[in-house]
Design a protein around this ligand. Sequence first.
Ligand SMILES: [Zn+2]
Length: 241
Amino acid sequence: MIYWNNTKIIMLHHVSDLVEFKSLEPYSISNSKFSELLDYIEKNHFRTRNFYDIKNQKRSHKDVVITFDDCSRELLNFAIPELIKRNMKAVFYIPTGFINSFNEWDVIEGKDQVDFFSEQEIIEISKYSNFEIGSHSVTHRKLNQLNDNDILQELIHSKKELERITKKEVISFAHPFGEMPSDNKNLLEKAGYLFACGIYVKRQNKFALRRFIFHNGDNTASLKKKLSINYQIYRAIRDRF
Ligand SMILES: [Zn+2]
């Protein structure tokens, strides 16, 4: 549906100047690169949104959703204070099996270990009405490699756990590695979600939303391109799923 082509969703993971985050590039950006992104959004009058807004309000082509996957504790040192200072919204996707733990799947690949949010930190973040806490599964496995029952367990248990911690309804999900199961829509609906993000999505619907990565190699010109309708059309042609 053309309706969803208006939704511009940015996928971020880590924001840090610390040396250990270097190995996580392109999924880690510097503090100044993050500021550049927020400056661009402000200067060009885009509006940051979360999925509670998208559920309740009419959307506009100026809407931008900033999403963070995995959520290292380091976000508390720069990215989150910067969002608060600028009164901007964001969505944080948390794999519940790794609360107060670390990025096991990156470490297996030889990348550096970084610490994730604790339960108390998730509670603090969820108190800001601009911020949404979403699920990123329990075990951070590729859901397209699991059977339907195991996928449902991942979807249901992570949602329940985050709702217990935040006392708020969890309405959106981000697929680990952007890999979506074939029965995506039915499973997400069954588990009670209203929205879900992937990465490379050919035909979008509210359970298969396309995202674009913003990395250290991006600049004002590439960002302008990635936020354009032409880029959405390009991605609809080129994306894999
Ligand atoms: Zn992830």
